[in-house]
Design a protein around this ligand. Sequence first.
Ligand SMILES: [Zn+2]
Length: 86
Amino acid sequence: MTDVEHICRVCGYDYGGYSIREDGAGNHDICDCCGVTFGYEDNLLEGVRDFRAHWVGTDFAWADASIKPRGWDVNEQMRNIPSRWC
Ligand SMILES: [Zn+2]
């Protein structure tokens, strides 16, 4: 069985049916929200936390601001983050 992830470990952005990681290997896309590269900075918990701290420091800047939803709620989104990556 293939282990698929569709939620960013760093920011909790939900890619829905689009797989960003299979069997632990990221697809190397850049998160539209936090800007992490899947399978690069986010492989280990320490890296996830480091990148998240960097992103918090940017005041939650979107890598692609053009798709930032109107009324976006960072706290609501971050509740998607699986507990093992918090
Ligand atoms: Zn992200």
